[in-house]
Design a protein around this ligand. Sequence first.
Ligand code: ATP
Length: 433
Amino acid sequence: MMDKIVSLCKRRGFIFPGSEIYGGLANSWDYGPLGAELKNNIKREWWKRFVHQRTDMVGIDSALIMNPKVWEASGHLKEFSDPLIECKKCHERYRDGEIEKTCLKCGNSEFTKAKQFNLMFKTFLGPVESEENVVYFRPETAQGMFVNFKNILDTARKHLPFGIAQIGKAFRNEITPGNFIFRTREFEQMEIEYFVKESEWEKHFDKWLEEMRVWLRDLGVKKFYENEIPDGERAHYSKRTIDIEYDFPFGREELYGLAYRADFDLKNHSEKSGEDLSYTDSKTGEKFIPHVIEPTWGVDRSVLVAMLEAYHEEDAPTAEKGEEEKRVVMKFPKWLSPVKVAVLPLSKKENLSKKAQEIYQDLLKDFVCEYDETQSIGKRYRRQDEIGTPYCITVDFESLEDNAVTVRDRDTMKQDRIKIEELKGYLNNKLTI
Ligand code: ATP
């Protein structure tokens, strides 16, 4: 299944191997035109839902490289590591516990003792490569929200409970990246730090869990698992964590996470920075450090799951002349589809092209739209099916007479004849369902 998705992504321009003309770079991937649209649809919807449509949220966009003291206070410098083991024969490296007794490369069963390997990417700030100039690429977006807590309190006029959201890149020098875009060293997160009174954390934890369930449903995910992480296995800062897991073709793995971080971050940043990061209740005058609920979504894992759920191979019984009997169709929820409408003139004849171009240019103002007049109509439908375009518009010779076009539905393959002047209204209706 993964092979099919990877190959479709490459073939149709969703996702390409990174730096491909130079032989690639291990496990790095570039989003092509359709992948960038799909990813942006996810990020845009998330921002709309959790920032714009709520009165208790604000969004930020903070720097990728932060003062290293941030990572000292957050515990990442000390704790953000995985146990690394190395095969004594071929020196292949693994995360401890990742493999059964023998090396996957050479079959040897002797390994070095596990040593902790910090996952943060290091670099130098400025031209001098010295110890005091070492900085790190952020391994999560979360700390950007904590270090701006006071700025936001001072400027955004929010009262508890309220949250700060951010979408952005994070970097982790993973020991064993892989499974396409599931685990990479550079990836994107959508994170929320939601600040609450300690006494109310459970209520808000439950509310965010429900929000995550609704999000998953809207992404087209039919089945997922809520894994309550037991004491002793949670991240160093967390008092309760639920991993949202999904049955990927390579096994059940984490998709998103929901954590109660208590007052760990704000307390530590207060102590280490000397800034007072407490909150004063305007009604009671009570002063305290807020507690935090953190829902986290991986953008790339969202893309992967959306692709896996959308992928269908099916017989095409109503196949027209020139169409193959089998089709691959990406049944994305319509809001996710990278292209919403394709305009396909039946032939390249000049008068048809002209009419089709007019329709296309007009639709472009309202929809992400493609124009395609190469190959047979059957092949063009197949391409649009494979990229998940909900509606194909065929302009035929009759269109010149009756000012109407044929609209084909991706899922049912049924065709409606629609007057050109009613086309936008028709599509708008269909696309908002
Ligand atoms: P895992 O157990 O898979 O390593 P994690 O528990 O380290 O994940 P978090 O620190 O909770 O992950 O990160 C939040 C989210 O960021 C994850 O739920 C996932 O969607 C995403 N994510 C984390 N690491 C990666 C990665 N290397 N590549 C792609 N996405 C990632």
